[in-house]
Design a protein. Structure first.
Length: 159
C-alpha cells in the first residue's frame, strides 16, 4: 500500500533443487533356499561342490570341503572338515579331522577329532574317531572304533 509503483513485488527466485539420491535398487532375492551350513569352528575357507556337480577321483587339500553333489573315490583332508550336505551323495573312504554328514556316505571314515551323523544323514561303513555323534533319525551301519584324542591312526581307511 505505501510502496511506489516502481517497487513492485517480485516473486522470490525458485529455491535451488537439492540433490536427492534415488533410492537404492532392492537386492535380488533368491527363490532357492541357501544350503544349510554347519559351523564346526574351523576355517572360514571352504570349497563347495553344489548339487549339480559330480566328481570321481581323489580329493585332497588344506581347506574345508562342503559336498552337496556326488563324489566317488577318496577324500584326504587330514587337517580339515568334510561336510556332506543334505543333497550330498559320497561313495568314498574318508580321512579328515571332522566329518559332518547330512546326506549319504558309503565308505570307511577315519577322523582325527569327530564324526557327526545328523538326523537326515546316513553312513554305511566303519568309523575310527575320537568322538562320534549320531542324532535320532540318522542311519548308521558299520563298526565304530573310538580312539583317545591325540592318538591319530595313520592307517588309511580300507574298503
Amino acid at each position: 500500500m505505501w510502496k511506489s509503483q516502481n517497487e513492485r513485488e517480485t516473486p522470490a527466485p525458485p529455491a535451488k533443487p537439492q540433490s536427492v539420491n534415488p533410492p537404492a535398487a532392492p537386492m535380488p532375492v533368491s527363490s532357492a533356499p541357501a544350503p544349510q551350513r554347519v559351523s564346526s569352528g574351523g576355517s572360514e575357507r571352504a570349497t563347495h561342490l553344489s548339487k549339480t556337480i559330480q566328481l570321481k577321483g581323489t580329493v585332497s587339500g588344506n581347506e574345508d570341503l562342503f559336498v552337496d553333489g556326488k563324489l566317488e573315490g577318496s577324500v584326504e583332508l587330514p587337517k580339515n572338515v568334510l561336510t556332506i550336505g543334505a543333497n550330498g551323495q559320497v561313495q568314498a573312504n574318508v580321512n579328515a579331522r571332522e566329518v559332518i554328514i547330512l546326506g549319504k556316505l558309503n565308505g570307511n571314515v577315519i577322523a582325527a577329532d569327530r564324526v557327526e551323523i545328523k538326523a537326515q544323514g546316513a553312513l554305511t561303513g566303519d568309523v575310527s574317531a575320537a568322538r562320534i555323534s549320531i542324532e535320532d533319525g540318522a542311519f548308521f551301519k558299520g563298526g565304530i572304533d573310538i580312539r583317545k584324542p591325540g592318538n591319530v591312526n595313520t592307517a588309511k581307511a580300507s574298503a
